[in-house]
Ligand binder design. Structure first.
Ligand code: PHE
Ligand code: ZN
Length: 900
C-alpha cells in the first residue's frame, strides 16, 4: 500500500488571507475512463485560458497517487516538471486565446483505502471528490472557484458493470468489443470539480417521474444493490418531499432532467451532493420497518433533504475557497432543519425537532468551541481541510443563518435568498456575499443596521456566555432585566468583541401566566414572545406595568447559540417546566433542574449519593410523564437526563467516573421513584398497530422504549424478573426494528441475564443486514460500564468475524461508540481505554486518515480531566504524535491537542 506522504516535509498551513484567484480558467473538460479496478485509465482533455486578471505565470495542476503517461498542449508534446504533488507547465501559449491540454494518467481504484477519489466498494466503482479528491483522479486545478462544463465517457466490462453513471444527462450509450460497453454523460451546468462523480457497477434503481410546478418532467432514481430495493421507498419519498419543499418555500426548482441517489456501504461521511448524482452512505438511504429505527427514518429524511438542497446552496452557488465551507454547509443544514420542521404537522413536533437540534449543538459543538480544535465558522487557517468538516461549520453555521432569519423575519429571509441567487447564481462566493445579500434585501432590519458586528459570528470562535439578572421594583411596578455577554479566549483569539445576540423573551407571572411585555417607551403592551437584540457587553431592559416579580423565559426557542446563565430558584424552574408557553424553555427548565442535582452530587465529597434527585424533581417528572396534553416525544426528551458529556462541559475539572456513577444513580432513582408511572407509560404507549415513522408514532415508541428501559433498570436492583421477561418477549415479537431494538437495548443497558441470549438471537436474525449488525456492535460498545466490563467486550468485538476495520460504518460502530460515546467505559483509571484509542488511531491512519483524524478527536477535552485521567490521556496523545509518518489529518489534530 502506498500512501504518498511528504517525507518529513514541513506541514503547510493554508491561510484565508492568502487567497488568490486562479491563474487559469478551465472552461470545458472531457473525461474518458477505462474502468478497471487494478488500473483505470483516465484521459482528460481540457480547454483552458489564462485569467487575465492576474499576472502571467506557470500552470500548476494538483495530482495525487497518479501515474502520468502523457501531456499534450494543442495536440503536441510539451515540457513539464513535477513539484511535490503538482504538475507544472511553464511554456504554455502566450496571450488570452484558449488552448487544449490533454493529460493521460492511470490510477489503482482497488488500492484506494482512503475512499477519496476513485475507489471500489463491493465490486462497484464510486468517487468522492470533496474536498480535494478530484486530484486523485486526474491532474486539475482542484479548487472550488474553477467551474467547468463536463462531458464524461465511461467504458467498462458490461457484465460486471452494467450501470454506468455520471453527472447530468445520458446522451449516448452502446456496446464495445470484448464484452465492454460505454455511456456518455453531459452535465448541462458548470461545476467545480469537487462535485464530479461517477458510479459503475451492478445496481438497480427505484424510479419515480415527477412533474414540477412549471410543467417540467423529472426522473428521480435511487440506486442500490440488487436485494436492497425493498429499503428504498422512504428515501424516494424523502427526495420527492425535498423537491416539493424547496420549490414551495424558496421558489427553487429542480434544474435537472434526472436526479440520482446511489448508496454505498463504504463511505467516510454521511452523503455527498455531487451534481445530479448524489452518493450516499447506505446508512442514510436504506430503511424499512424491519431493519431501520425511527431515528434512521428521520435521519434519512434530513440527509436526503440536505444533499438535495445543496443543489442550489452549494452547487449553483458554490464556495470561493474552503474557508467559506459554512457558506454552503451552515445554510444547507439550516435548510434541512427547516424542511424537517415544515414536514411536522403539529407545533409540538416542530419543538421536538428544535430541541433535538440544540441538543446536538450543545453536546458536540460547544465542547469543540471550548477545546483545542476551536475555530470560527469561517476559519482563518487550516492544515488539512478534511479536519474542518466540523459541527462548528455545520451546526453553528446553521445557527448563524437561523439568527439572520430571526433578525429579518421569515419573509425577509426568503427575500434575502432571492437576492442571493439573483446576484450570485453560477458563481463561487464568500460568506460575506451571503450576509450582504440578506442585509441588502432587508435594509430596515436589525441585520442591515448591525451587519459588521453581526459578522463577528463568522470571525470569532468560542461560545458566548450570556448572563441574565432580573430586578423587580414593586414601587415603580417595573422589572429590569440586565443581559451581559462574555466570550472566553480560543486558539489564536485572546480577546473577543461583543456579538449581536437576538434574545427571544417572555415573562411569566407567579401563576405561570404569560405577561404582556411593555418597555418604558412603548405606548402599548405586546403579547407573546418578543426578540431583543443585545449588541453591547451589557444592556438593561426595563419592563413597566409589572405587578409582581415575574419569571423570565429567556432565549426562547434557543434564539442564539450561547450558554445562558440565570440564577433561577428551583421554584422558578419548576414553574417554567409546568407553564412556559415556549416548549423549548419548558424542556430547558427540566434540564436545568436535573443538571443542578447532578452537579450537587458530583461536587459533594465522599461516596456517590444513591439518591441524588429530590422529591420535587421526581414529582415534576411524574407530572410531565402523566400529563394529559403533552405529546410522548416531548415527554421522552424531558425525562432524558442531560448526557454525561454535557454534564462534563459544566465542570472545570472532570472526573468521568464520578459523572457516570451519579448519572446512573439518578437513572436508578427515576426508575424506582416513578415505577408505577413507567408501568402506565409502557402500557399506554406500546404497540399502535401498523408502523409509520411519523412524529406521533415515533414519540410513542420512544416513550414506551424509555419506560421499558426504566422498568428493566428497576428490576436489576429489586431482582424481579417480570419486566426483563416482558422485554425479552417484546424483543422477540416486535413488529418493527424500533420496538425490537429498544427492547434489546433495555435488556443490555440494564445488564440483564437475558441480554446475551437476546444479543445472539438478534445477530442470527439479521446477520445479512450490515446496517443492523452495525447497531448490534454499537449497542455493546456503548453499554453502561459495570466495573470495567466494556473494554474487554470491545476488544472481543474487534476479533468478531463480522468486524471489518476497513469499513467506516463498522469501525465507527465499535470504536467510536466506545471512545466517543461511552465516557464511563472509556475513561478508565488504568488508562487502558486511552491505550486502546491510541492503537486504533494509529492503525486507522495507516489506510484511512480521515476516519483516523475523527477518532483522534475523542480526547479533545483531555485538559479538563482530573488525575489520573489527565496525565494518562496526554501520554496517549503524545504516543500518537510521536509516530513519525502520521497523516496531515491526524498530525493536525494531535498537535493542536497538545499545544498550550
Ligand atoms: N458535503 C457533504 C455534505 O455535507 C459532506 C461531505 C464532505 C461528504 C466531504 C464527503 C466528503 O453534505
Ligand atoms: Zn452538506
Amino acid at each position: 500500500m502506498s500512501l504518498l506522504r511528504e517525507a518529513n516535509g514541513p506541514t503547510t498551513v493554508i491561510r484565508r488571507e492568502d487567497y488568490a484567484a486562479p491563474a487559469y480558467w478551465i472552461d470545458t473538460v472531457e473525461l474518458s475512463f477505462d474502468l478497471d479496478p487494478a488500473k483505470t485509465r483516465v484521459l482528460n482533455k481540457m480547454r483552458l485560458r489564462r485569467n487575465t486578471d492576474v499576472a502571467a505565470q506557470a500552470l500548476r495542476l494538483d495530482g495525487e497517487e497518479l501515474n502520468l503517461a502523457r501531456v499534450l498542449v494543442n495536440g503536441a508534446g510539451c515540457s513539464f516538471k513535477m513539484e511535490g504533488h503538482q504538475l507544472v507547465l511553464e511554456n504554455l501559449p502566450e496571450g488570452d486565446a484558449p488552448f487544449d491540454l490533454e493529460i493521460f494518467t492511470t490510477c489503482e481504484p482497488d488500492k484506494n483505502t482512503q475512499l477519496m477519489g476513485l475507489y471500489v466498494s463491493q465490486g462497484t466503482f464510486f468517487t468522492q471528490c470533496e474536498a480535494e479528491g478530484f486530484r486523485r483522479i486526474t491532474y486539475f486545478l482542484d479548487r472550488p472557484d474553477v467551474m467547468a462544463s463536463y462531458t464524461v465517457t465511461l467504458r467498462a466490462d458490461k457484465k460486471r458493470y452494467p450501470v454506468l453513471l455520471s453527472n447530468g444527462n445520458l446522451v449516448e450509450e452502446g456496446v464495445l468489443p470484448d464484452g465492454r460497453h460505454f455511456a456518455k454523460w453531459v452535465d448541462p451546468h458548470k461545476k467545480p470539480c469537487y462535485l464530479f462523480a461517477l458510479v459503475a457497477g451492478q445496481l438497480v434503481a427505484r424510479e419515480q417521474r415527477i412533474v414540477a410546478r412549471n410543467g417540467n418532467e423529472h426522473l428521480l432514481q435511487v440506486y442500490v444493490r440488487p436485494g436492497d430495493m425493498d429499503k428504498t421507498e422512504h428515501a424516494m419519498n424523502s427526495l420527492i418531499a425535498s423537491v416539493v419543499w424547496d420549490e414551495a418555500r424558496f421558489g427553487l426548482p429542480l434544474d435537472l432532467e434526472r436526479f440520482m441517489i446511489v448508496a454505498t456501504a463504504d463511505f467516510n461521511m454521511g452523503a455527498m451532493e455531487n451534481k445530479g448524482l448524489n452518493i450516499f452512505n447506505t446508512k442514510y438511504v436504506l430503511a424499512n420497518s424491519a431493519t431501520a429505527t425511527d431515528t434512521d427514518f428521520a435521519n434519512i429524511e434530513s440527509v436526503v433533504g440536505h444533499e438535495y438542497f445543496h443543489n442550489w446552496t452549494g452547487n449553483r452557488i458554490t464556495c470561493r475557497d474552503w474557508f467559506q465551507l459554512s457558506l454552503k454547509e451552515g445554510l444547507t443544514v439550516f435548510r434541512d432543519q427547516e424542511f424537517s420542521m415544515d414536514l411536522c404537522a403539529e407545533a409540538s413536533a416542530r419543538a421536538v425537532k428544535r430541541i433535538e437540534d440544540v441538543r446536538v449543538l450543545r453536546t458536540a459543538q460547544f465542547p469543540e468551541d471550548a477545546g483545542p480544535m476551536a475555530h470560527p465558522v469561517r476559519p482563518d487557517s487550516y492544515v488539512e481541510i478534511n479536519n474542518f468538516y466540523t459541527v462548528t461549520i455545520y451546526e453553528k453555521g446553521a445557527e448563524v443563518v437561523r439568527m439572520m432569519q430571526t433578525l429579518v423575519g421569515r419573509a425577509g429571509f426568503a427575500a434575502g435568498m432571492k437576492l442571493y441567487f439573483a446576484r450570485h447564481d453560477g458563481q463561487a462566493v464568500t460568506c460575506d456575499d451571503f450576509a450582504q445579500a440578506m442585509a441588502d434585501a432587508n435594509p430596515q432590519s436589525d441585520l442591515a443596521r448591525l451587519l459588521p458586528q453581526f459578522k463577528r459570528w463568522y470571525s470569532q470562535a468560542g461560545t458566548p456566555h450570556l448572563h441574565a439578572e432580573g430586578v423587580f421594583d414593586a414601587a415603580t411596578r417595573s422589572y429590569t432585566l440586565t443581559l451581559t455577554q462574555r466570550c472566553d479566549p480560543s486558539p489564536a483569539q485572546p480577546a473577543k468583541q461583543p456579538f449581536v445576540i437576538p434574545v427571544a423573551l417572555g415573562l411569566l407571572d407567579a401563576n405561570g401566566t404569560e405577561l404582556p411585555l411593555q418597555l418604558a417607551h412603548w405606548g402599548q403592551p405586546e403579547a407573546g414572545t418578543r426578540t431583543f437584540v443585545l449588541t453591547e457587553a451589557s444592556e438593561s431592559f426595563t419592563f413597566v406595568n409589572v405587578d409582581s416579580e415575574p419569571v423570565p423565559s429567556i432565549l426562547r426557542g434557543f434564539s442564539a447559540p450561547v450558554v445562558l446563565e440565570v440564577d433561577y430558584t428551583d421554584a422558578q424552574l419548576l414553574g417554567l417546566l409546568a407553564f412556559d408557553t415556549d416548549a423549548f424553555n419548558r424542556w430547558e427548565a427540566g434540564q436545568r433542574l436535573a443538571l443542578r442535582l447532578a452537579l450537587n452530587a458530583i461536587r459533594t465529597q465522599g461516596p456517590v449519593p444513591n439518591a441524588p434527585l429530590d422529591a420535587a424533581y421526581l414529582a415534576a417528572m411524574r407530572a410531565v410523564l402523566r400529563h394529559p396534553a403533552l405529546d410522548a416525544a416531548f415527554k421522552e426528551l424531558v425525562l432524558t437526563l442531560p448526557s454525561e458529556s454535557y454534564i462534563a462541559e459544566q465542570l472545570d475539572v472532570v472526573d468521568p467516573q464520578r459523572i457516570h456513577a451519579v448519572r446512573e444513580a439518578m437513572r436508578e432513582q427515576l426508575a424506582h421513584g416513578l415505577h408505577d408511572d413507567w408501568v402506565w407509560a409502557y402500557e399506554a404507549h406500546k404497540d399502535n398497530g401498523a408502523y409509520s415513522p411519523d412524529p406521533l408514532g415515533t414519540g410513542r415508541r420512544a416513550l414506551a422504549g424509555m419506560a421499558l428501559t426504566m422498568l428493566c433498570l428497576a428490576a436489576r436492583s429489586n431482582g424481579n424478573p417480570v419486566w426483563p421477561g416482558k422485554a425479552y418477549q417484546r424483543f422477540k415479537d416486535a413488529g418493527n426494528m424500533t420496538d425490537r431494538f429498544n427492547a434489546l437495548s433495555a435488556l443490555v443497558v440494564s445488564g440483564q441475564p437475558l441480554a446475551p441470549d437476546a444479543l445472539n438471537r438478534f445477530h442470527s436474525m439479521f446477520r445479512s443486514e450490515a446496517l443492523v449488525i452495525d447497531k448490534w456492535f454499537a449497542l455493546q460498545a456503548g453499554a453502561p460500564d459495570r466495573s470495567g466490563n466494556v473494554l474487554p467486550a470491545v476488544r472481543q468485538l474487534l476479533v468478531h468475524p463480522d468486524f471489518n476495520l476497513r469499513n467506516p460504518n463498522r469501525a465507527r460502530s465499535v470504536i467510536f461508540s466506545y471512545c466517543s460515546a461511552n465516557p464511563g467505559g472509556f475513561h478508565r483509571a488504568d488508562a487502558a481505554g486511552y491505550v486502546f484509542w491510541s492503537e486504533r488511531v494509529i492503525e486507522l491512519d495507516g489506510f484511512n486518515p480521515q476516519v483516523a483524524a475523527r477518532l483522534a478527536r475523542a480526547l479533545d477535552r483531555w485538559k479538563k480531566l482530573a488525575e489520573p485521567y489527565r496525565s494518562a490521556a496526554r501520554e496517549a496523545i503524545a504516543r500518537v504524535a510521536a509516530k513519525p509518518d502520521l497523516s496531515n489529518d491526524v498530525r493536525e489534530v494531535v498537535t493542536r491537542s497538545l499545544a498550550d
